[in-house]
Every structure is written in structure tokens, then in C-alpha cells.
Design a protein around this ligand. Structure first.
Ligand code: FNR
Length: 369
């Protein structure tokens, strides 16, 4: 199946054919009018590359460091929930493929596999994405489990005080099949598996409205630091103001993200606000980006605008749906190959060579006469 697919976008159509409508809609759609969903991708298309020629790029090297860990490329796997809806091996297949690519996987709080099972797939650098639910003791215990199982950082998602308005999940009355759970929080809320019970709305909404702690604020970074010694990344920053607050709160890194346009619609594309965040941060912590990365040139553009690396969400899930572990491997390989071509054709040997002067944003004139 994968042989005829030549870029990561093509996985989406194949995944649509394979998956039940409820699952495909859950993976692919966004909030409200899905303006930001399209904008995440369109905005990359408005950035142009200024290549340099006649540079010796024979020994091109895509590797870099993330929080001190070496990765083979600045392309990592974003946390996405319910991967067993895409493939029976779900997060376990993604973990194996990500390790094979020698990069980092972020395991979602909404995974259908336990964090221990994912860790037991083999060696690999993995981060754990955290939602802070009302039951703080439960959350603290999950963080301690992640630390014990060898996860290297906590990625705190800050943009879900409640769930975004996802109309397709509503229409489909999204539920999990009986054999799947939110594995790491299966007992939260008195063991009522709210995601399998049929109701008139998406069960994701029911679960979130009853369990999510909407009072979470910047001071809870302090709470998190009190229960773990792991570095903390904050995911969901879209403004310079919040970037400053994030640095002040003591996080170790920032992820510019609009949650794949599944939360607040009409947020700008992440690539459009990356530079604002980078300038506010002034190099004090690394800044990462996710949202709409579909090409190696997108990775290149994000790095030119100051990202230390990018994360991909949907392409990984579509690869998983189409061909399990092999599909995820191919998605990561394809992005890697494209990024390598983009680097070489722009005259960059190392990731650090990619500079602001390699791109023009929509606000900049084409020539400077
Ligand atoms: C997500 N995302 C997400 N984020 C998070 O912090 N915790 C989660 O459990 C999930 N779950 C999730 C499920 C699905 C199906 C998608 C598509 C996304 C958001 C994710 O981490 C990331 O921000 C986006 O997916 C990035 O955008 P792209 O690459 O999908 O365009």
C-alpha cells in the first residue's frame, strides 16, 4: 500500500478509505468552521525560501539536540490521542517507528496504551503529554509513573481548559469501542468509562467537561515542578505575552501550537506567530512548533523562523492507519528525505546553518533594492 504513496499528504486519502467515519473524522477535523485547520497549512505556502548556491553540502547533517537529547532530525512526533482507533497496535507501533527513526515521540494523555507498555516497546527518547484533571492525586501518580518508566520530559498542554467545539465528533456521537480506554487515566472519575457510554453528544465532551480542571493557571507550573524533576514543556503558546509568562514560570521549553486547530478556531497559523514567540523568548528556552507541517520545506521554514524543531500530528496517525508501524516509519522517512533535500538545495550543511535570511515571510518584499 505505502509503495504508491510519495508524500505525507497522500496518506490522508488512503486513511479515509481504511477508517470508520467516526475515527477518520476524529483524526482529521478541527473546531467550528475549521478556518485555522486550513490556515495552518496555507500559511506555510506564503513563506518563500531564499536558497544559497554553490555551498559544499556533501556532508549534510540533519541531527540536532532537544533538551540535551540527540535526535537524527528536528522532526518529532506530536501527542495524538486514541491511536488504537487508527490501528490495533496504536501507540506501540508509533513508538517503535519513532525509535527506528531515532527521534522523539510524545505520548498523549489520551493514549489507548499504558505508558509502561509504550516504554517497554524498546529504547527511545519519549516525552509524556499531560492534561491536568480535577483529581490532582491521580494526575500526580501518572506523572510519577512516567518518570519511573523513563520518560524524559512532561509536555503540559495549556490550551484545553475545556474541549473545543468539534462538530463532527458531535454529529458522530463519538465513543470509544468497549475494548479501548484512556489507558493511563482509566480509573479517573470513579471508574466510569465515560468514553464508551453513548450519549447525545461526543463522549469526549462529556469526559472533558466532567474531568478537566478548568482552573489550571500559570501557578500550576509550580505545582508540577513540585511533583517531578523532569523538564517541562508548555504546549499551546500562541502569543509573545504568554511566551514571557512561560519563561517566567520556569518551563524548559515552549511549543507553539493551536492543537492542530481542534480547540479555538480563528487562531492564526502557528507558523505565522512563531517569530513573535521566538522574539519574546530571546533564546532563554527552546521554542518548538506544531501544526500543518506536511513537507520538508515546512520544517526548513520553521527552523529559519527560529524553531528548535517541529512536531507532526496527523501525518503520523494517517501513516499508522494505512500501514501500522511501517506507515509511520515511511511518514517520518519521507519528511526526513524532503528536509534533507530542502537543506541541501538551500546551501545548509547543518541544522544550525538554517537562518532567518533563508526565508521571506508574507510581510517582506521580494527584493530589497
Ligand atoms: C491531537 N492533539 C493533541 N494534543 C495534546 O496535547 N494531547 C492530545 O491528546 C492530543 N490529541 C490529538 C488527537 C488528534 C487526532 C490530533 C489530530 C491532534 C494535537 C497535537 O498534539 C498537535 O498539536 C497537532 O496535531 C499538530 O497539528 P498537525 O500536525 O496535526 O497539523
Amino acid at each position: 500500500m505505502s509503495a504508491e504513496i510519495v508524500n505525507v499528504r497522500e496518506y490522508e486519502a488512503h486513511a479515509k478509505q481504511k477508517l470508520a467515519k467516526m475515527s477518520f473524522d476524529y483524526f482529521s477535523t478541527g473546531a467550528d468552521d475549521q478556518w485555522s485547520l486550513q490556515e495552518n497549512i496555507r500559511a506555510f505556502g506564503r513563506i518563500r525560501i531564499r536558497p544559497r548556491i554553490l555551498v559544499d553540502v556533501n556532508d549534510v547533517d540533519l541531527s540536532t539536540q532537544v533538551l540535551g537529547y540527540r535526535v537524527s532530525m528536528p522532526i518529532m512526533v506530536a501527542p495524538t490521542g486514541h491511536q488504537k482507533l487508527a490501528h490495533p497496535e496504536g501507540e506501540l507501533a508509533t513508538a517503535r517507528a519513532t525509535s527506528a527513526a531515532d527521534t522523539i515521540m510524545v505520548l498523549s494523555s489520551s493514549a489507548n496504551s499504558t505508558l509502561e507498555d509504550v516504554a517497554n516497546t524498546g529504547p527511545g527518547t519519549r516525552f509524556f503529554q499531560l492534561y491536568i484533571f480535577k483529581d490532582r492525586e491521580y494526575v500526580a501518580e501518572v506523572v510519577r509513573r512516567a518518570e519511573r518508566a523513563g520518560y524524559k520530559a512532561i509536555v503540559l498542554t495549556g490550551d484545553v481548559p475545556r474541549l473545543g467545539n468539534r462538530e463532527n465528533d458531535k454529529k458522530n456521537r463519538f465513543t470509544l469501542p468497549a475494548h479501548l480506554t484512556i489507558a493511563n487515566f482509566a480509573g479517573i472519575g470513579g471508574r466510569t468509562n465515560l468514553l464508551t457510554s453513548k450519549s447525545n453528544e461526543s463522549s469526549l465532551t462529556t469526559f472533558n467537561n466532567s474531568q478537566m480542571d478548568s482552573s489550571v493557571s500559570w501557578k500550576d507550573i509550580g505545582w508540577l515542578k513540585g511533583i517531578t524533576s523532569l523538564p517541562i514543556l508548555i504546549k499551546g503558546v500562541l502569543t509573545g505575552e504568554d511566551a514571557v509568562l512561560a519563561v517566567r514560570s520556569g518551563v524548559d521549553g515552549i511549543m507553539v501550537s493551536n492543537h492542530g486547530a481542534r480547540q479555538l478556531d480563528f487562531t492564526p497559523a502557528t507558523i505565522s506567530v512563531l517569530e513573535e514567540v521566538v522574539q519574546a523568548v530571546r533564546g532563554r528556552v527552546p521554542v518548538f512548533l506544531d501544526g500543518g507541517v506536511r513537507r520538508g520545506t515546512d520544517v526548513f521554514k520553521a527552523l529559519a523562523l527560529g524553531a528548535a524543531g517541529v512536531f507532526v500530528g496527523r501525518p503520523v496517525v494517517y501513516g499508522l492507519a494505512v500501514d501500522g508501524e511501517a506507515g509511520v516509519r515511511k511518514v517520518l522517512r519521507t519528511l526526513r528525505d524532503e528536509f534533507e533535500v530542502a537543506m541541501m538545495l538551500s546551501g545548509c550543511i547543518r541544522v544550525q546553518d538554517i537562518s532567518r535570511s533563508h526565508v521571506l515571510t508574507e510581510n517582506e518584499p521580494l527584493c530589497c533594492s
